[in-house]
Design a binder for this molecule. Structure first.
Ligand SMILES: O=C(O)CCC(=O)C(=O)O
Ligand SMILES: [Fe+2]
Length: 363
């Protein structure tokens, strides 16, 4: 909740005014503002507590080359790298994954075109309706978070079926359909590697439907006139199972590792993979879901495309918890079982900075 006490500052009114423009953060930049509105300014204690540009320059999140995965010796090495990265960092980048550069570049370009198209067209998709599969807005938790983040989002949700091209915004339809096809395929490969890294059969996670059901959440971070006062995305861990993220060349993504922020530098052709809270649960804490954030920048736009795997819609009513094969007397469950539909209801009714829903199920 807001901590603002000044009598002449009506925060709810400012939030509503911003939301009603349906123009997002880009609308503010287009209007030529030099000082960011108060709703975006992080609390003074947060700003004082840390230096925003504290990202380390010399240590890198692991980069895993997944070419030659068909070679059994190399595959075992890759599985081992995935195991170490997932357990120690919760993050890694994959390179040589086989997705053509043109597909990645066109995806980023499609999202740029969507955000930079005529505002009247973009406004038609502006919504906070949870039932909408395709929607554009700024900050899904605008009214519940302490501070508003400096980004706009186009969200495409496909939990029970593949995307329907007719629902896609026309400027990014072709590129998104192509990108989705590749995400699905690479997702299955990664779920195989993660299964093996947990000591399970390669098809374990795929056969349970965990690599099905995903949302493509695309972020557009306009240049910010006062980047030291706000963030692109606040510190959070991802609520789903696995995230695969494409970013353009601007940079800003940071991961919290041993209490320090590390930059995840954009690698041309690379994709950032991170373990979500639900995979931490499935793995009974063998894999870590780690906090990350995106800082804002004077230059931009920064564009990122997150593909969140959260399991097929048919799993929503089924009990969810640590994988039974990973549990023993020596390794008891760290979480009680819960229903995914209740879990996601908790997530979407709170804000990125509130208590993560998995905390309710910790034993
Ligand atoms: O834009 C980024 O690099 C990060 C986005 C992110 O963390 C998210 O969507 O959960
Ligand atoms: Fe995230």
């Amino acid at each position: 909740m807001a901590t603002e006490t000044s009598v002449d500052y009506d925060r709810t009114k400012e939030l509503t005014q911003f939301d009603d423009t349906k123009a997002g953060v880009k609308g503010l930049v287009d209007a030529g503002i030099l000082n960011i509105p108060k709703i975006f300014v992080r609390p003074a204690e947060d700003l004082a507590a840390e230096e925003l540009n504290s990202g380390h320059k010399n240590v890198e999140v692991p980069i895993i080359d997944v070419s030659n995965i068909g070679d059994s010796i190399r595959r075992q090495e890759i599985v081992n790298e995935v195991k170490i990265a997932s357990g120690e960092w919760g993050f890694f980048q994959v390179i040589n994954h086989g997705i053509p550069l043109s597909v990645l570049d066109e995806m980023i370009e499609g999202i740029r075109l969507f955000n930079e198209q005529d505002l009247e067209l973009k406004k038609e998709l502006y919504s906070r309706d949870s039932a909408k599969k395709v929607k554009f807005h700024s900050n899904f938790d605008l009214y519940t978070s302490e501070t508003v983040d400096w980004r706009d989002t186009l969200q495409l949700t496909f939990l029970d079926s593949d995307p329907d091209p007719s629902q896609m915004p026309s400027v990014c339809r072709k590129s998104t359909m192509e990108y989705f096809k590749h995400m699905k395929k690479l997702g299955e490969t990664l779920f195989e590697l993660l299964s093996e890294a947990l000591g399970l059969q390669a098809d374990h996670l795929n056969s349970l439907g965990y690599s099905k059901g995903c949302s493509i959440v695309t972020h557009y971070y306009p240049p910010c006139p006062q980047p030291e006062l706000t963030l692109g995305v606040r510190k959070h861990a991802d609520a789903g199972i696995l995230t695969m993220l494409l970013q353009n060349h601007i940079g800003g993504l940071q991961v919290l590792h041993n209490g320090q922020w590390f930059d995840i530098h954009p690698t041309r052709g690379g994709l950032v993979i991170n373990i979500g809270d639900l995979l931490q649960v499935l793995s009974n804490d063998k894999f870590k879901s780690v906090k990350h954030r995106a800082i804002s920048n004077h230059i931009g736009p920064r564009i990122s495309v997150a593909c969140f795997f959260s399991g097929h819609a048919s799993l929503l009513d089924k009990p969810f918890g640590p994988i039974k094969k990973l549990i023993s007397e020596a390794n008891p469950p760290h979480y009680e079982e819960f229903l995914l539909k209740e879990y996601f209801a908790k997530f979407f009714s709170s804000s990125l900075d509130s208590k993560p829903p998995i905390d309710y199920y910790k034993l």
